[in-house]
Design a protein around this ligand. Structure first.
Ligand SMILES: CC(C)(COP(=O)(O)OP(=O)(O)OC[C@H]1O[C@@H](n2cnc3c(N)ncnc32)[C@H](O)[C@@H]1OP(=O)(O)O)[C@@H](O)C(=O)NCCC(=O)NCCS
Length: 241
């Protein structure tokens, strides 16, 4: 594999770090099933991003960006990327909720046993949008404070949500209910429990994103008080050579 003038640490499919001077980026498999590279730019210009892209596209394609605000895409465009997916971004202003309307009896807990979350994520989402083990870990580590809410039946855990708060901003990072338990109100209860937790932990608003075509999730979020943020988010893909 050519280095393209970059310093590379880590071996694919483990997390790879690429650097050049102060510029730094990370690459990992998109998830455990969809053959693609998830590339994250920590800092650096379009030339650096292009060099990283050249390097990692020898490992897998497509090479995909994280979910980006439309205002943050110009550097990726300059590096030869095009919009691949439009995502809905929705926000819930927690000050809008009259006190006492959010009650939920779902207990808040931690990440373990993580395998239960992984199994549900795998069956609830289409291949392209599964998080995979590493993606799930990253959703937990993305914010300073994180919580996992779980629902279960006699056979075990049937649904979960991951929520986080950082700098007064809440994030609903993940929501999934096993197909055998969908339509019973668990998704709604998990969202409500996450909102309540976020408000208790100092969030003024909660953001969530989902695939543009995920009509069921959009309806659930709007029903629970989320409103669309104009422009949404986009995932960019490196244009083929
Ligand atoms: C989106 C998702 C989390 C919803 O979970 P859920 O537990 O089925 O959600 P709910 O049961 O609370 O609500 C879903 C529907 O069931 C209905 N419902 C709620 N309680 C019900 C009950 N007691 N009996 C029958 N139906 C009920 C709701 O009216 C709602 O109707 P809709 O399909 O028209 O929106 C689930 O479908 C899922 O995991 N999907 C795949 C992953 C995903 O898309 N995650 C979120 C986006 S990132």
């Amino acid at each position: 594999m050519k280095s393209h003038g970059l310093r590379v640490r880590g071996d694919w499919p483990d997390l790879m770090q690429m650097s050049q001077g102060w510029a730094k980026a990370w690459a990992r498999p998109w998830n455990d099933d969809f053959p693609a590279v998830a590339l994250r730019l920590e800092r650096g210009n379009a030339r650096f991003l292009r060099a990283c892209t050249e390097l990692v596209r020898e490992l897998a394609t497509p090479v995909l960006s994280p979910a980006l605000l439309p205002s943050r895409t110009s550097l990726w465009t300059d590096a030869g990327y095009e919009v691949s997916d439009q995502l809905l971004l929705l926000e819930h202003d927690l000050r809008d909720i009259p006190a006492g309307t959010l009650g939920s009896d779902i207990a808040a807990g931690g990440f373990e046993p993580a395998d239960e979350l992984y199994q549900i994520d795998q069956v609830a989402f289409p291949v392209r949008w599964r998080l995979g083990r590493r993606g799930l870990e990253e959703s937990i580590e993305a914010t300073v404070r994180t919580v996992v809410h779980r629902v279960s039946d006699q056979e075990g855990t049937t649904g979960f949500s991951v929520a986080g708060v950082g700098l007064g901003q809440g994030y609903l990072q993940r929501l999934a209910v096993h197909p055998r338990a969908q339509g019973l109100g668990h998704g709604t209860a998990l969202v409500r429990a996450s909102l309540l937790w976020a408000r208790r932990h100092g969030a003024r608003a909660v953001l969530v994103n989902t695939q543009a075509e995920n009509e069921r999730a959009r309806q659930l979020y709007e029903r629970t008080g989320f409103r669309p943020v104009p422009g949404g988010l986009v995932v960019m893909a490196a244009a083929p050579d």
